[in-house]
Design a protein around this ligand. Structure first.
Ligand SMILES: NC(=O)C1=CN([C@@H]2O[C@H](COP(=O)(O)OP(=O)(O)OC[C@H]3O[C@@H](n4cnc5c(N)ncnc54)[C@H](OP(=O)(O)O)[C@@H]3O)[C@@H](O)[C@H]2O)C=CC1
Ligand SMILES: O=C(CO)COP(=O)(O)O
Length: 320
């Protein structure tokens, strides 16, 4: 099958490498002036992997769209609305299958990425999300993982899983798009919290963070009409090792650098997601103590150590 991947950063380039490895013809799109794109064009590699010669690099969106039956998108979540708007003017998108491989929520509205994409595209397309644990560094070293693909159409979910399954990635069919998207986005906020704990030498608290983080996000998912058990699946709890504990996680590194007074320059999606969560917490009247603490530390200039320690001063309550 012909597959295009739109976005040639860390994850997009990996996805192109992966779908090529499982036997597809692949076109990888990047912006003309992108440092990532130019680097790949010049050297056929990036910091993570060598790009096989028969993956076609291209910077025409029209060409990338018309080439493929399935189109994977992996760009920064906050850019999805304007990018989808650009895509919507391309006639050939009708009837194609789009797969969002990103973990975020629109920060101003709290909307899920499939909602944002659907609103802007306004054409008849198939839409799915592909999330769950996995770092490029592990996959290229042949370390397998499990991930989840979900959509509102189970036939589409099954078709994508069939095309992309391999002994490197075992997929599960997602059953709850709300839970999978909220779960994938919010694990990054827990990753930032974990990085802060690491920065304060409080790493032993990450077990508690796992227990209480899943609990508060599952309450949100339920209020939004999703299934709270989804949060204990691959998109959220299943991604904690790769985020809360991994040396590769950008979100964890961001949180650690933040409390150490350093700057972490790479994309940490949890920063924008925590803004979205403030909005969702109000919209659905759900208390999100850990997410609120991270918001106050990042955006209200609250003292990080005191704010995290204040979580211990909350009234005693039943665990579940
Ligand atoms: N296991 C998983 O499912 C993983 C998922 N991810 C997710 O993938 C997404 C991307 O992360 P990552 O690859 O690390 O980020 P990077 O910063 O490495 O890449 C982001 C890419 O988005 C592109 N981009 C940004 N804005 C636009 C725009 N307006 N139009 C077109 N392209 C744009 C950038 O372009 P340019 O090259 O021009 O800068 C860049 O290529 C995130 O949502 C992240 O959470 C990441 C890792 C693992
Ligand atoms: O989603 C990921 C791992 O599954 C990547 O996490 P980071 O963006 O924190 O590196």
């Amino acid at each position: 099958m012909n597959i295009s991947v739109l976005g040639c950063g860390r994850w997009g380039t990996f996805l192109a490498w992966y779908v090529h490895k499982v036997g597809h013809n692949v076109m990888l799109w990047g912006r003309e002036n992108s440092r990532n794109y130019i680097g790949l064009k010049e050297t056929r590699k990036n910091d993570y992997l060598p790009l096989p010669e028969d993956i076609v690099l291209c910077n025409s969106l029209e060409k990338a769209v018309s080439f493929a039956e399935m189109i994977i998108i992996s760009i920064s979540a906050q850019e999805l609305r304007s990018f989808a708007n650009q895509l919507s003017s391309i006639n050939e998108i009708d009837g194609k299958t789009f797969i969002l491989c990103m973990k975020g929520l629109e920060s101003a509205s709290g909307k899920r990425l499939s909602q944002v994409f659907g609103e802007e595209i306004g054409k008849k397309i198939n839409l799915a999300v592909w999330v769950g644990p996995g770092h490029v560094q592990d996959f290229v070293n042949h370390i397998p993982n499990c991930m989840v693909i979900g959509s509102e159409n189970v036939d589409i979910t099954k078709k994508i899983v069939q095309e992309f399954s391999s002994d490197l990635i075992r997929f599960y069919y997602g059953q709850d798009l709300i839970g999978n998207e909220i779960g994938a986005a919010t694990k990054n906020v827990m990753g930032i919290a974990a990085g802060m704990l690491d920065g304060f030498n409080y790493s032993s608290l990450k077990g508690s963070l796992m227990a209480r983080g899943t609990r508060e996000i599952s309450r949100l998912v339920r209020a939004m009409g999703g299934n709270d058990i989804t949060i204990y699946g691959l998109s959220h709890l299943g991604d904690y090792e790769a985020t809360l504990f991994s040396e590769h996680s950008h979100n964890r590194k961001f949180g650690k650098a933040f409390v150490e007074g350093e700057r972490f320059g790479k994309l940490a999606e949890g920063v924008s997601t925590v803004r979205a969560l403030r909005e969702l917490s109000k919209q659905y009247d759900v208390e999100l103590p850990i997410c609120s603490a991270i918001y106050e530390i990042l955006f209200d200039d609250k003292n990080a150590k005191e704010t995290l320690e204040d979580l211990f001063l909350r009234p005693v309550k039943f665990e579940f």
